[in-house]
Structures are given as C-alpha cells and as structure tokens.
Design a protein around this ligand. Structure first.
Ligand code: SAM
Length: 314
C-alpha cells in the first residue's frame, strides 16, 4: 500500500469527480481508486481542501504515465520527455497532441509558449465541459480546464433573469456556462484572439445571449450603459485593481466573484471592504506556487458603494 492524499466522494458522483480531477491533472493515475462503504476515495497528486491521507494499491506499471495536464485533445507536460510524451499519446484515443510548456503564463493576455513533443503540431483543440464545446488555442488565448467546477459553482448560485458581466472572459467558458441561466451576459476581454475564439464558441454552443466586447476592463464603466446582477472577475494576478470599476458596474445587492492570487487567508478582505463590498465567502480554488494559491472571494455589493463616482449606468 502507498499513502497518498485523496478526496472522498459519494459513489454515485465518483465518475463525474474522477473525470474533473483528470481534466485538472490532479488525479494520481498511479494508484487504484478505493471504495469505502458508500463513498469512493480518489487519490490526488497533492494536498487540497477537504483531502485526507489514505493507503492505496499501486496500479500495474504499464498504466503509470508521466505527469501531465489534459486540455481537450492536448496533454501538457512540464518536462521535455519525448518517450513519456509518446506513452501519453498512446494512452487515450482522444489525444491528438502532447505539448511541453516552454514558458510561464505571462503578459496581458495570460498566454504561454509551448513546444510540440508528440502528435499533431497544434495548440488548438476542443474541450467538452458539462455539455458545452469550447474551441481553445492555448498559445493565443488563456484557457484552464481546472476552473470547470468553479463555473458550475457560480451557475448553481444564479437566480432567474440575471444580467452578468464577465470582465476577463477569455474564449468565453464562464460567459457561455452562465448564459444558460442569465438573461444577458456581457463578456469582455482585451485580447482580440480570445474574442475571435469566443465568437466561434458562441456559435457552436448556439448561445444567443452573450454580448462579446473587445475592451480594456478599465474602460467599461464609461462605455457600458448597464449595471449587472453578477460580475465574474477572473484575472487573479491583478483583478483587485479593477474592483472599483466592478463595484460601480454591479447593482446594489448584486454579487462579484473575484479571483485573486493570495499568500494568506483574508489577504484582500480589507481592500474589498474598504471599497464597500461585503465578503460572504473566501474559498481556495487551486494552488499556484509553494505558499501561494488562487482564491475566490464572493462579494455582495451594498447600496452605498462609491456614491460619489459616476456609475456609467442606470
Ligand atoms: N475567464 C477566462 C477563463 O476562465 O478562461 C479567462 C481568464 S484569464 C486568467 C484573464 C483574461 O483577462 C485573459 O483572457 C486576458 O486577455 C484578459 N485581460 C487581461 N487584462 C485585461 C484588461 N485590462 N481588460 C480586459 N481583459 C483583460
């Protein structure tokens, strides 16, 4: 037996969570999933919220693959391991390409460079997520499969007839997911390539209530004539900079989901509360580097936010 971190889930949710963990690259594929009464224990590669330590049987060696992350038909490795890449490519018929990350996620568009290790030389692929198909191009626009459960979490919180603003929308995964319940989603991004992919994603998902906007989020208050029930701010490294704009664009009583890089719990509480937002929850989304993680702050907007500033809306 090998001791490892694991997530305990009701057996009937086992397959759904197993797939989500594989998409995140978080399932420890070298160990056998265990049943414990009516629950399943899914081994994960690192500690995460709610994880516990348990013993697992190792799987036969032929199934052990080098560490990688899956995004649709692409596997991304951190190491330049050509033999490992061939093994990964052969392991699933749905894979067409194995890439190696050649840079960190960087720049305003939050993209990274890749080298091709095996398969078709492309950074473009289709991701199926909870019944939606997202075409992504990993070298020209940001996309992370690891946020799939976050999108579902926000969708589940939505009421009927909401208007939503996705301030940093990328190729549209939050916008298209939330459009299923919203009246209208305004989805803005500063990267033209992300907007082009978003248009393709809107068409292929037959989503007709998302308004794509190519814009710098700093300029939205002066150009969008509405206030929103809900705002998604997924720009973890500098999203808090845009909080004053978001608070002005949100209706009193509305909600903001602010993703932020943190190195201590409650790091952004003072800033959010100082601007008039009420933090109703702070959750860990995923680890980023040793001692740093992405957190999401769910913020309720009070009636008295920035009363002296021009809201740019009604
Ligand atoms: N929400 C998308 C998702 O989950 O896939 C994309 C999130 S990505 C971390 C952040 C996005 O913000 C990128 O697509 C980038 O182009 C965009 N961005 C960066 N600075 C921006 C700005 N000033 N105004 C609007 N979009 C911006």
């Amino acid at each position: 037996m090998v001791e490892q971190w694991c997530i305990r889930v009701p057996a009937q949710r086992g397959e759904e969570v197993r797939r989500a963990l594989i998409d995140e690259g978080a399932l420890d594929l070298s160990l056998k999933v265990r049943r414990d009464g009516s629950t399943l224990l899914l081994p994960v590669t690192e500690q995460r919220k709610g994880a516990e330590r348990c013993g697992f049987e190792p799987l036969p060696e032929r199934l052990v693959l080098p560490r990688h992350e899956l995004v649709g038909g692409i596997a991304i490795m951190q190491d330049h391991d050509l033999a490992g890449a061939e093994k990964i490519l052969a392991s699933r018929p749905s894979l067409h390409t194995v890439l190696c990350a050649a840079s960190e996620v960087s720049g305003e568009y939050r993209t990274r460079e890749f080298g091709v290790l095996a398969g078709t030389p492309t950074t473009r692929t289709d991701v199926i997520e909870y019944g939606h198909r997202f075409t992504v191009d990993l070298s020209t626009a940001y996309f992370s499969a690891r946020l799939s459960s976050e999108r579902q979490r926000i969708l589940e919180q939505m009421g009927d007839h909401e208007t939503v603003l996705d301030m940093f929308a990328g190729v549209g995964p939050f916008a298209i997911t939330l459009a299923a319940r919203a009246v209208l989603v305004v989805a803005s991004d500063i990267n033209p390539q992300a907007i082009i992919l978003m248009l393709a994603n809107l068409a292929q998902n037959r989503t007709k209530n998302v308004l794509p906007v190519l814009a710098d989020a700093h300029h939205l208050t002066g150009s969008i004539p509405w206030r929103f029930d809900r705002i998604v701010m997924n720009l973890p490294l500098s999203g808090t900079e845009f909080l004053p704009e978001a608070l002005r664009l949100c209706k009193p009583g509305g909600k903001i989901h602010l993703y932020a890089l943190v190195s201590a719990e409650g790091e952004h509480l003072e800033c959010i509360q100082g601007l008039g937002g009420e933090v109703i929850a702070e959750r860990v989304v995923r680890s980023y580097s040793p001692g740093q993680w992405h957190a999401v702050y769910d913020v309720r907007v009070g009636g008295g936010v920035n009363p002296s500033r021009n809201s740019g809306g009604h």
